[in-house]
Design a protein. Sequence first.
Length: 252
Amino acid sequence: MSRRKKLYEGKAKILYEGPEPGTIVQHFKDDATAFNNKKKAVLEGKGVLNNRISEHIMENLNRIGVPTHFIRRLNMREQLVREVEIIPLEVVVRNVAAGSIAQRFGLTEGEPLPRAIVEFYFKDDALNDPLVSEEHIAAFNWASHQDVDDMIALALRVNDFLSGLFTGANIRLVDFKLEFGRIYDQNDMTRIILADEISPDSCRLWDMTSGEKMDKDRFRRDMGNVTEAYAEVARRLGIMKETGNANGDEAN
Ligand code: UDP
């Protein structure tokens, strides 16, 4: 495994060349970062949990016809995914006011939004991922109008699916971030598919009864018990049988 070619190392994941052309191995690290890399820590077991949670969600999305890059999980920390050309946008879907939207418009955290809101941010750490409009996306050629329409439609389908999934686990889906990629079909037609990950690192998840945070805000706000909260999300989704022992590296 160590002879594999590393293609990219990000804040929470490493991408390696996959076993066949057009595939990539996505490796989940235990590293956590926030505030554009200013805050860092290693949270033992986080990578294992995010690998499993993202697998569960992507597999179910594939089943309901939302195209994703996910092929199969390889081991505790890795999954095989389709190689895509990443669109340099973060697509955020919000159901409830929290984080930057609450600040921007002076909303109370926890206030339900009148409808699901889809936002685009330009992926650029040096610029602090600025909020952008469809005008910017088209003018700077980050994606076409058709791509934007496809991303919005897919993001809303993911929102409907995830809202139901988490409600069944007594968890409120406040907001989440998606990334999409482009693939080329046989006759050079392009298609947009869901890429990256969906995990408590990229969602805001609140316990429906107590309101307790079960996501990365626990790390951002120094609330402690971060991996324990992620393990509880996994347990409620029926993924991990027990909440403990999330730090294994063994293949399976
Ligand atoms: N998010 C993310 N990566 C980012 C920025 C945001 O995964 O680089 C997620 C975040 O966890 C939350 C949602 O996107 O679930 C909306 O985040 P927001 O714009 O409120 O920014 P924040 O306040 O988290 O910086």
